[in-house]
Design a protein around this ligand. Structure first.
Ligand SMILES: C[S@@+](CC[C@H](N)C(=O)[O-])C[C@H]1O[C@@H](n2cnc3c(N)ncnc32)[C@H](O)[C@@H]1O
Length: 504
């Protein structure tokens, strides 16, 4: 095969669009070449690493890995270096680590040693640490080893330091509902301040982390470690690290994590300068070597939030799945954000013995959240989509709403007159998050919402309530429903009004 002599990058660019099969043929062709042509075609090694990592199936990746491991002993130093750089992209970190460590003592030059160490920095763990390989950013290796040996999770039963401040985060517009929920469900905290998307509260006594999971309207909560003001990012590194490794930060990370105390730094772009973030991670490690910065699967997030002239630090436990919404056995494409469903249930409030109807019930979250408030006698859900009804059924069952009956049906909401449980003038609450026309286009959204108002006015008993997320400026056609409150809520990129209407 005659190849034009091209620079590495040109050749790489020409190769990178090829399929894995084509590149595998290039790899075999490279095997058959001798020097100097062999080194000139080294970009094939790079392209194989990138292409198989990107688009290779498991068998292809395994084949590419074996090939690259073999190339770590290639007569061409350039090919050895390229193979070392490509190996970490292809998974099987421990296998790659073993091969790279095996080659390290035999490296023929400083540049080969550097390539091996850099690759070990990406995949190395305990074996690299034990081998004493001089790898930059040893913190990453420690974190990786800890993740593999004792991945750890948030320990919800842990007691938190007394007097800690907790930032409850919510969708913008839900602050008042959240503050009211805190007063009811978490009387152990005092609300200090409210700002868009955030309610700041202080625990007067000692709380367990699990207590902070009682409020359901919060999207997340975080423990406040304080604020740092500095003129430059470099000047902020040490004070930030001191907060993380200080008495509150280290107590939380150590006591409220089972396994290794790992955290991931999260910062918006304006604070996300890699040198600053690396500096913080290294400074924390120097102060408290057991607190490990780890971007992958860490139980905690260290949130760096911009404030005027500085940064606010918050430690946020990461739950997956969120234990508050463990009833969710399944999902539908347009499912509500669970805390929004909880907020809608709270906006509706509870009346004992009432019938509740969600005409667009999807996976049934509004019904579950209303059921969890207590007092409902019957939950009725309808949806056009049979799969959604199956999911709603599973969710309602998993929610374990003792003593609450439910009736779920595949139906158009306009057919309510056919449903005995929805006899005109008998329903206590209609609560619903109707189609928004965003992901699934709706031909006549205004007509649909007008139809919802008409149906609610029909089925509701006097004094009954309609609570909906209203995506359009449409209200009831007559005065049977009167407005009883509304708030603009950010639904992630667009706003919509949460409205409550009361049946006269
Ligand atoms: C925004 S989703 C509801 C999501 C639900 N709250 C949840 O959390 O899963 C709207 C639902 O309305 C249903 N739908 C659309 N048009 C309908 C109609 N005319 N009658 C009944 N359901 C309808 C869709 O199938 C969809 O599941």
């Amino acid at each position: 095969m005659v190849h034009a002599v091209k620079s590495d990058n040109e050749l790489y660019r020409a190769l990178r669009g090829k399929t894995c099969e084509e590149l595998w043929r290039e790899a075999r062709a490279l095997d058959a070449l001798a020097e100097p042509e062999r080194s000139r075609r080294a970009a094939v090694v790079r392209a194989v690493g990138v292409a198989f990592a990107d688009r290779g199936d498991e068998a292809g990746k395994a084949r590419a890995r074996d090939w690259l491991r073999g190339l770590l002993r290639d007569p061409s130093e350039k090919i050895r270096r390229y193979a070392a750089a490509a190996l970490p992209k292809l998974g099987d970190d421990r296998g790659a680590e073993g091969a790279l460590l095996g080659r390290l003592p035999e490296a023929a030059s400083e540049s080969e040693r550097r390539a091996l160490r850099e690759a070990l920095g990406k995949v190395g763990g305990r074996a690299t640490l034990d081998a004493g390989a001089d790898v930059a950013d040893a913190g990453r290796l420690l974190a990786r080893a800890a993740r593999e040996e004792q991945p750890g999770a948030v320990a919800t039963e842990a007691l938190l330091p007394a007097g800690i401040d907790v930032a409850f985060r919510c969708r913008r517009g839900l602050e008042a509902i959240l503050a009211e929920e805190l007063a009811e469900r978490l009387p152990e905290v005092r609300v200090l301040a409210r700002s868009p998307g955030r309610v700041l509260a202080r625990a007067d006594g000692r709380l367990r982390l699990a207590d902070l999971l009682r409020p359901r309207v919060a999207a997340a909560f975080a423990l406040v470690l304080g604020e740092v003001r500095a003129r430059t990012a470099a000047a902020a590194v040490q004070p930030v690290a001191l907060r993380v490794a200080g008495p509150v930060g280290s107590a939380v990370l150590r006591s409220a994590t089972s396994g290794a105390a790992r955290f991931r730094i999260e910062a918006p772009d304006e604070l996300g300068d890699p040198a600053f973030l690396r500096g913080v991670a290294e400074a924390v490690r120097a102060l408290a070597p057991d607190l490990l910065n780890d971007p992958r699967g860490a139980p905690w997030s260290l949130d760096l939030l911009p404030i005027v002239g500085g940064v606010r630090l918050e430690l946020r436990p990461r739950f997956s799945p969120d234990p508050r919404f463990a009833y969710r056995r399944g999902d539908v494409p347009a499912a509500s954000h669970p805390p929004l469903a909880a907020a809608m249930a709270r906006l509706a409030g509870r009346r004992d013995g009432e019938v509740v109807w969600d005409p667009f019930c999807g996976s049934g979250q509004e019904l579950v959240e209303r059921g969890l408030l207590g007092g409902a006698a019957l939950l009725v859900g309808g949806d056009l989509d049979p799969e959604a009804i199956a999911v709603a059924r599973a969710n309602l069952e998993a929610a374990g709403l003792a003593g609450v009956r439910s009736r779920l049906m595949v139906a158009d909401f306009r057919e309510h007159a056919k449903v005995p449980e929805l006899t005109a003038g008998t329903v206590g609450l209609v609560v619903t998050n109707p189609p928004m026309g965003r992901r699934v286009p709706v031909k006549d959204l205004k007509g649909l919402i007008a139809g919802l108002f008409a149906a609610a006015a029909e089925v509701l008993a006097p004094g009954g309530r309609l609570v909906l997320a209203n995506p359009v400026r449409v209200g009831p056609a007559d005065d049977r429903l009167s407005p009883a409150g509304s708030t603009e809520v950010d639904l992630g990129g667009f706003t919509c009004r949460l409205e409550r209407w009361d049946r006269r």
